[in-house]
Design a protein around this ligand. Structure first.
Ligand code: PLP
Length: 396
């Protein structure tokens, strides 16, 4: 008997489905500017030399035992200091190792669903598409706040303030810690002042998603500024941290979820509950990625080397960003592309319509998401001129 006869096909993932289409495309001139993964100047994935060095050390020192439910405590300790700063009050931050940023959002969402009074979470419009699905799966009600004004290609501060004011008191507000995906547009210090005022008045709970620390400016300390400021000001907050992009550990699935607590005793209670969430989901996290991060961040020389390598990725992206704008001008585009120059992080949020994106894919074999987002790391000397010409032809 055919027991699965009535199962309908699921829809392809908005981003990973396009990556699949790219792999299947046989055209020689195809370009992948879809997925947010770093590529070197030859278009190849790059394993950081500091990561390779850590792996060499690990080869003779690491076994394959299970990690505890909460993960590698020494890794979590280093990871939280990386995010919250060297002097962070770790004795009152409950933190567990997670399956990268996605897993961190999921554990955080499950925790909120079980233990937080409000079941409303507001995510930016637009945001990383998976946020909607993750928090819905957790049983939360996912709403949006205005974030980006497509008519000016800039932050919609007034819209955002208004939506935060109109949300029910005590809602959870998901904020990107830096290098907002997909817009590349972060609030300035003064804008953070205004946002935090409203968040305090409304007693909202902040959930930071930090997937690009170090990747935005090249300096992990600078990129943690907003998060540390919120922490220091005593706001209640959660943090989902990913090491996929900044350490290039995509497939190793390495991250943390942490909750800032009132005191040490509360941290112990929350740790016990976080473990109760993890155990029936996957028992314990994978070991390789967290051992790499722990090894790098435990060795002063490797840490320094790592910081330089991370900065070199950010630099290449920043250079390609400016070169894309220049290349668009060189091929005769008279559009105002200044927003692309101003954006930060991995992406250029071009402002192209879904139809324009479709044309880029159908006629030029350039694969990108339909929101007009281009992963700058996918650009290099070989394809930059081609991509610029194609963008000019669809936006002219
Ligand atoms: N959060 C944001 C904003 C992202 O852009 C991403 C990845 O693209 C993630 C979280 C999670 O990625 P991962 O699960 O690979 O760490």
């Amino acid at each position: 008997t055919n027991v699965w006869r009535d199962v309908p096909p699921g829809p392809p993932d908005a981003i990973l489905g396009i990556a699949q289409a790219f792999r299947e495309c046989t055209a020689e001139n195809k370009v992948n500017v879809c997925v947010g993964a770093y590529r070197d100047e030859k278009g190849q994935p790059w394993v950081l030399p500091s990561v390779r060095s850590a792996e060499e050390i690990m080869l003779s020192s690491e076994n394959k035992e299970y990690l505890p439910i909460e993960g590698d405590a020494a890794f979590v300790n280093k990871a939280l200091r990386f995010a919250y700063g060297a002097n962070a009050p770790l004795d009152r931050i409950a933190g567990v190792q997670t399956l990268s940023g996605t897993g961190a959002c999921r554990i955080g969402g499950e925790f909120l669903s079980q233990f937080y009074s409000s079941k409303n979470i507001l995510v930016p419009d637009p945001t990383w598409g998976n946020h909607h699905k993750i928090f819905k799966e957790c049983g939360l009600t996912v709403g949006t706040y205005r974030y980006y004004d497509r008519s000016t290609n800039r932050l919609d501060l007034q819209g955002m303030l208004e939506d935060l004011r109109n949300a029910p008191d005590g809602s959870t507000i998901l904020l990107h810690a830096c290098a907002h995906n997909p817009t590349g547009c972060d609030p300035t210090d003064e804008q953070w002042d205004q946002l935090l005022d409203v968040i305090r008045q409304k007693q909202h709970l902040i959930f930071f998603d930090s997937a690009y620390q170090g990747f935005a400016s090249g300096d992990a300390e600078a990129d943690a500024k907003a998060l540390r400021r919120v922490m220091d000001a005593g706001y209640p907050m959660l943090l989902a941290q990913s090491f996929a992009k900044n350490f290039g550990l995509y497939g190793e699935r390495c991250g943390t979820l942490s909750v800032v607590c009132h005191d040490v005793a509360q941290k112990d209670i929350l740790m016990s509950q976080l473990k109760c969430i993890v155990r029936p989901m996957y028992s314990s996290p994978p070991k390789h990625g967290s051992s790499i991060v722990r090894t790098v961040l435990s060795d002063e020389k490797l840490t320094q080397q790592y910081y330089q390598e991370c900065a070199s990725m950010a630099d290449r992206i920043q250079t390609m960003r400016q070169r894309l704008v220049q290349a668009l001008q060189n091929v005769g585009s008279s559009h105002d592309w200044s927003h692309i120059s101003e954006q930060i992080g991995m992406f250029a949020f071009t402002g192209m319509s879904a139809e324009m994106c479709d044309t880029l894919t159908d006629q030029y074999n350039i694969f990108l998401t339909r929101d007009g987002r281009i992963s700058i790391a996918g650009l290099n000397d070989d394809n930059l001129g081609y991509v610029a010409k194609a963008i000019h032809s669809v936006t002219d």
